[in-house]
Every structure is written in C-alpha cells, then in structure tokens.
Design a binder for this molecule. Structure first.
Ligand code: SF4
Ligand code: SF4
Length: 460
C-alpha cells in the first residue's frame, strides 16, 4: 500500500478536547467565515470557549443557550473543518462549533421557513421529490429550455434558494437504471467486490460522476455493487440538524454492514463524494459510537484515495493495455489530439480526510496532459459550505468566504481549463462564480480510458 494511503485519517473516535486549547488563534486565521463576516465570533470562541461555558461558569450558574449561540453567529459556520487542520493542540474545533450551531437551530423560526429548511436538510426527501417530477421537468426542458429554467427558478425560490442559484437539470436516466442496465453479473462473478456509496447528488441530480466511477472501477478489475443507501447526513449537519444526521448515519451503518456481510465481509466502501466519505468515516464513530458503525467507518475510502491506493495496479494495467496508435501514444499523422487543460481544486472535506492531493498526483502519474496550477491562493475553501451557499441567507457569505479561491480560478479563464473537484458543492460554486467548466476528476479518467485510441482528454 502506498505511503499516501497509509497516512489516511483514522476513523478512531476522537474527542473534541476543549481544555487542550492553547488560545493560539490558528483556527481563527484559517477560518473562511471569521475573515469575511463580522457577525461570526470565530472558531476559538464558538469552539472551546463556548463549550466550557455551556454548563455555566460555576455550579448553580446558568450555562449558555440557543440565544447566545445565535448572538455569536454560530449558524454561519460552514463546517469546512479547516479549523481542525490548523489546530496545533489537536482540538476537534469543528465538532464544537457544530454543537453551537445545533444549539442556535433550536430557536423557534417561522413556520414556512422552517418547513423549507427542513426539506433542504433532508436531502433524501428532497431528492425523492426531484425524482418524482423528473419526467415533467425533462419534458419542459426539452420543449422549451427557457420555460424549464423559469419554472426551475420559481421552484428554487419556493424552497429558499438564492435567485442566482440554478437547480441542476433533470437527468435523462437516473444512476440506478443505468447501473442495472450495464451490470454483467456472470462476467464479474470472480472479481473482488467494492461497494459504491453514490451520494444524493449522484443518485438524484447528476448521475455522470457515479457512472464514471463505476466505469473506472470496472476497468481496474472490480465488481461494483451500488449500495442501498440513504443520505450521509452531511447536508443536515451543514444546517445544524444533528438529530437528522444521526438518524441517517445510523441507517447507513445498518445498510452497509448488512451488505458487506452478504458480500463476504470487509468489503471496501468507496464514495466519489468527499462529504459522504467524511461523514461515514469520521462522523459515524463520533455520533453513533463503536460496533458495526466503527467497522463500516474503517472500510470507507474516498474514490481518489482508493484509486491511488488499492486500485492503483489495476488502473495502471487498464491504462497500459495496447493503444491503437502504437506504444508511444502519438496520434496518427494529420490528426490533432484534443487536450483540455485542467486544474484541480481540493475540497475542504477531502483535506479533512487527509487525502487532499491524491487525484492530481494520480492523473499526472498516468500522464494525463494539460495540467495547470492556480497557485496557493486556490488552496482554500470555495465558500459553498454544503447547503449554506445555496440559500438566500447564505449566498453573499459564501461568495465572500470563497472570494480568494474563486479569484484564483478566474485568473486562469484565458486558458479555458476545466476545474476538477471531487465535491459537487465546490463544482457548483466554482462553475457559477467563474463561468469555468467543472468536472469530477474521475470523469477525466473515464474519458481517457474510453478514448485511449484517440489520446484525447476532453470531457463531455
Ligand atoms: S468549520 Fe470552517 S467555518 Fe466553521 S469554524 Fe471551523 S474553519 Fe470556521
Ligand atoms: S487552533 Fe486550537 S489551540 Fe489554537 S485557539 Fe484554536 S482551538 Fe485553541
């Protein structure tokens, strides 16, 4: 196993340890919200300091409550986890700010707004609703794209999205239907199984990424089994709904444990979405505890981490199979290979998993051409923060929090690169804020594998 993979973040249950805080403010320096919104008291205050005063300064004195959490701006935390990475004392700061955020959410809010908040937090329900109206939406978009966009805009506003945010177009064929149609059970019978945790974005809104993941994993020699899953709970946590997140994680622990056992036990669980990977690996043990939840968390891999680790040999073999154009891979005379320049954005959740730069290294080692570097300014949070940046209330904050990163990608616009990112929320934010095309890196790998004879790396 490669060194990068040996270094992956353990699922071991870690305690937030507020008393270990040294007061150094390193967490404040990296927090994208503290530097862009004066209403936010910052991770040091809303993390260790807040936690210590939750039970009151001394016995008999009242502790802090929902109003204090709201006054200090706890609801604005994006749950990006950058504070955890910066803390020299090992305090799990984001676990503490998450608790403060959950406390602020307990304040009563208007009926309709709360209803819509709950719907957005419950991506399982939202996704099923989107699936139920897929046909009429597809018909509308097919007949009149303008009318389709107008109706989508109206529906988005009804559920609380900012007017600048566009709902993804309805998929032509949902992931599950494509997956069942392309399975070859007899041919794949003797292959090592891998469980694919697709994530809500892939299941309900955009099947392109999980399809590419399946293609690449199959090329690397695996039998892909698509999990019966529910939402990973990350969207619920992004709005401070810990109860809903816990229910989702508990259900997933049961479903994945059962599936892995049925397949012989110890089967790797791979997700192309870093927020799902982080939820399952880190939050399962933290919020649910040990037992089956720990076993499931230990088996979870982010897709890039899995392809750069256990699947690496199979993937290299897939790339090494004879090319139509001869061993040097050069195109036949008179034909130019189309090469799309690409740059890579590591999402915060991927960095929180400790595997932030594996995909670009893998693409480079597989000699995928066209790499551009957006420089150190791009090495930060895009500001989306899960659902936060989609909403009317969170939109401006998300652009301010991601301003430096978004500007770094805008500066590459003349070269016209595709910005590769594993995270659907980062792709959404970067595409809308910069006008650049975005894609998951596995789409580029799948395109390369499909188009090996042509040597191209164009996507879509
Ligand atoms: S999780 Fe991100 S937004 Fe929240 S306090 Fe930490 S660094 Fe700031
Ligand atoms: S980085 Fe860690 S030690 Fe420093 S103030 Fe923040 S929580 Fe405390």
């Amino acid at each position: 196993m490669s060194a990068a993979v040996r270094g992956r973040v353990s699922s071991e249950r870690r305690l937030p340890l507020p008393d270990a805080c040294l007061g150094c403010s390193s967490c404040v320096a990296v927090c994208p919200v503290a530097s862009s919104d004066g209403r936010f008291a910052g991770p040091k205050v809303l993390g260790p300091a807040f936690e210590r005063l939750l039970a009151g300064p001394w016995p008999g004195e009242p502790g802090l409550g929902p109003r204090d959490a709201e006054r200090l701006g706890a609801g604005l935390c994006l749950q990006c986890h950058l504070c955890d990475l910066a803390c020299p004392a090992g305090v799990e700061v984001s676990s503490l700010t998450r608790r403060a955020k959950a406390l602020a959410r307990r304040l009563p809010r208007g009926g309709y707004r709360r209803l819509m908040d709950d719907l957005l937090a419950d991506q399982e329900r939202f996704g099923r609703l989107a699936a139920a109206v897929r046909w009429p939406r597809s018909l509308l978009h097919g007949t009149s794209p303008w009318l389709g966009r107008t109706v989508d805009g109206f529906a988005g506003r009804l559920v609380g999205l900012h007017p600048a945010r566009r709902l993804p177009r309805p998929p032509r064929q949902p992931f599950r239907a494509w997956f069942e149609a392309t399975r070859r059970p007899r041919e794949e019978r003797d292959r090592q199984p891998v469980i694919l945790f697709v994530g809500c974005h892939g299941r309900f809104h955009d099947p392109v990424v999980p399809r590419a993941a399946v293609e690449v994993l199959r090329s690397a020699g695996y039998r892909v089994v698509a999990a019966q899953e529910v939402c990973c709970g990350s969207p619920a946590l992004s709005v401070g709904d810990e109860g809903r997140a816990r229910d989702s994680l508990e259900a997933n622990a049961r479903l994945l444990d059962h599936l892995s056992t049925r397949l012989g036990g110890g089967v790797p669980i791979v997700s192309p979405c870093p927020s799902c990977s982080l939820s399952l690996r880190r939050l399962l043990p933290e919020l649910i505890g040990d037992g089956p939840a720990r076993a499931v968390a230990d088996a979870v891999w982010d897709l890039g981490e899995f392809l750069a680790g256990p699947a690496r040999v199979g993937l290299e073999q897939a790339f090494d199979r004879p090319r139509h154009w001869g061993d040097d891979g050069a195109p036949p005379s008179g034909e130019e290979a189309a090469v799309t320049p690409w740059t890579y954005h590591a999402s915060c959740h991927l960095r929180a998993l400790g595997v932030g730069k594996l995909f670009p290294a893998l693409l480079s080692s597989l000699e995928v051409p066209g790499r551009l570097d957006a420089g150190p300014a791009a090495d930060g949070c895009c500001g989306m923060g899960g659902l936060t940046g989609l909403t009317r209330e969170g939109y401006d904050l998300s652009l301010a929090a991601g301003a430096r990163v978004l500007e770094a990608y805008r500066s590459l616009a003349a070269a016209g690169p595709v910005v590769l990112s594993d995270c659907p929320a980062c792709r959404w934010q970067i595409a809308e804020a910069t006008g650049l095309k975005t894609a998951h890196p596995v789409e580029l790998l799948a395109a390369r594998l499909r188009d090996r004879a042509g040597g191209r790396n164009s996507i879509g």
